[in-house]
Each structure stands twice: as C-alpha cells, then as structure tokens.
Design a protein around this ligand. Sequence first.
Ligand SMILES: [Zn+2]
Ligand SMILES: [Zn+2]
Length: 407
Amino acid sequence: MGVRDDAEAIAPELVGLRRAIHREPEIGLDLPGTQRKVLAALDGLPLEISLGTTLSSVTAVLRGEGAGPGGGPVVLLRGDMDALPVTERTGLDYASQTEGTMHACGHDLHTAMLAGAARLLAARRRELPGTVVFMFQPGEEGHAGARHMIAEGVLDAAGQRPAAAYALHVASADWPAGVVSTRPGPMLAAAEILAVTVHGHGGHGSEPHHAADPIPAACEMVTALQTLVTRRFDVFDPVVITVGSFHAGTTDNVIPDDATFLATVRSFSPAARDRLHSSAIALVEGIASGHGLTVSAEFRDGYPVTVNDEAETRFAAGVATRLLGEERCLAQPNPMTGAEDFSFVLEQVPGAFLMLGACPPGADPATAPNNHAADAVFDDSVLAAGAALYAELALQRLAAVSTLPTP
Ligand SMILES: [Zn+2]
Ligand SMILES: [Zn+2]
C-alpha cells in the first residue's frame, strides 16, 4: 500500500488526536497537556525523543535503515502546537473546553498530521534512505518558539544539519479543502512591533502654551507613517504599517506627559525592513523635535520574512502534485501578509512552507471565517492528506539526495 492509503487507514486516529488537542488548547511556550498527547501518539515508535527545557517542545528523530553506512541525509518536518487567546464560537461538539483559549489557527491539525507522518515513516524505516527530524513546536503565535527550539539544538538533533525543512499550514478559508498552495521566494511577511512614546510636559488643557502637548505630535506621527509607506517604498516591494494601539491622557482638560502607540509593521525583503527601521525612527524623531518634544521609538523583536527556497519549493510542489493531483496544487501569486516563526528555520536550512486548504465542505472559501476568527472551522478531512504529504516530502527528498551523484 502507498503512503496515501496508509494515511487514510490511520485517519480515525488522527481525527481523535486532533479533536483531543482541540478540546484542551494551550497557549504560548508551555503546553504540557499537548506535549503529553503527542508523546502518547508517538509511543512505541522507533524514535529518539528529546523534550525542550525552556519550552514544552518534542523533538523526535527517526533513523532510516535504507541509506547504508553513514546514515544518509536529514530532512526536518515541523508542526506547531499552540493555540490562541480566542473564545471559541464554532458550536462544534469538540470545541474548546477552556474559556478564552482556542485552536483558531489550526495548529491542532498540524500536530496530528505530523504525528501521523511519524507513524507512516516509522513503518517504512527499513527502506528510508536517511533521517527525519520531527519538530513539534510550541509558541508559534508571537512567542518565537522556533527560535527557542533552534537555540536548544533542534537543527542538530540528528547529529548533522538537515538538507531540507518543510512545514504545512492549514487555512479555514481562501482555498478549498485539500488544496495546496505555495510559492518560491517570500511566502509570508516579516512582522515587527514599532513602539513609540512621545515625551512632553503635562499641564492645564486651557493653557497649552505652558505645557508641551505630546498628543498632536503623536497623531501627526500616525498619519505621517502612512505617507512614509506610499512615498518612500517601492510599490513592488511593499510594506504595511498599522497603528493598532494608541494611548494618552486621562480626561479632557489635562494635557498628559506622554502619548504612546504601537504599530505592527510588515515587510517582504531585508532591504525594505532595514529601510523601515531607519526611516520610521527618523520620521518620529523629526516630528518630535519639530514640536520641541522628545520621543523614544524602537522596533521590538519580530519574525523575519519567511523565504521559500526556489529549488525546495519546486520539489515540494512536485511532491504535492503527484500525491494530490495537479488540480489540487496551486502556484500562489503573492506572499501573505501574515508572519511565521518557521522563518527562523528557513534562515538556516533551505526549505518550503506550504498552505493546505481546510475549509469545511459546504462553506465558501471566499467568505468562510479566516484563521484566528472565533468561528473558524478547520475540516478533519484534510488530516490524512496532510500526514501523507509530510511523509512523502521526507521520503522523496531523502531519496532525491541519496540518488544525487557524489562529486
Ligand atoms: Zn496564527
Ligand atoms: Zn498558524
């Protein structure tokens, strides 16, 4: 039987695991319940398992026996495991039992699919021409879990660097269930926080000339940042700046000392990101000094651009096409403005990030609730296809490396 058939045969267990994780979602870097469920699902498989120390990650290494002496190359497969601070409104019978926490980004499916791939590949250990590292990662949603796992050695877990790394991400909208979409080059944006505090001097609202009012200057900065986007950046290497938080003052007739705002900043190339860093800071400093004020402004740690390697993306799209059919594999025209910490892995290992449609049957992908929405629904029917795709990516990539002529 092929990988796809074997994946269909274990689909009921994958659905069970996915729903168990969905019922008990956990947020951030510490996901002890999820980690326990993953370990139970991997129990009995011939894997070398290590657990994270600063986060509840699971790294599992499967050493194939089909490569002969030397062990062959290494491929890394990543699935993230964390949920979001969202109160679920799907009405599903396996909905979150924790108020305020929901698997609204489908990471429960990634976890189940990756555990499924471990089973599928373990069953093929004899002929597997290399080693597979399964990276079960907490803290994707803003906690840079991938960076923590890299710091704890996930890229060296097999004793040698992976030749390639792949990740799948489900989507509750945009694509029909079972459709894969990817592109070479930038796949997702770099995301950072621009934090600004304008320092003035408080006073009576009736006598602004005796105070140094930070509010008009901060408002000017918010609108000037939008002008910066359109006047200083190439439309074909775009950036997005959204001020999502703005706070100042307590009441109508008191000028406050400070005004603060936070913006999310997205970009798609290192050049645009560097330019944003210098130009946005210079802009707010210039406006502050023009009004006799001072400002503290900084970019806070974010995620870099998720860049798909050209050759690996072509390879992965070929695997998906052969596995799922040509009509189910789309070449994505544009990057997405979301961000992903798999970018940290792709900074060090060539690889590809692929979207997998999981829109429920009967729903229109164009109007279905998006990832992160309280009513987003991800369909179980894609679990077997996702597990098979993970497994085939590893199998075929290891085979491709081992058939390359040695120099
Ligand atoms: Zn998300
Ligand atoms: Zn996600």
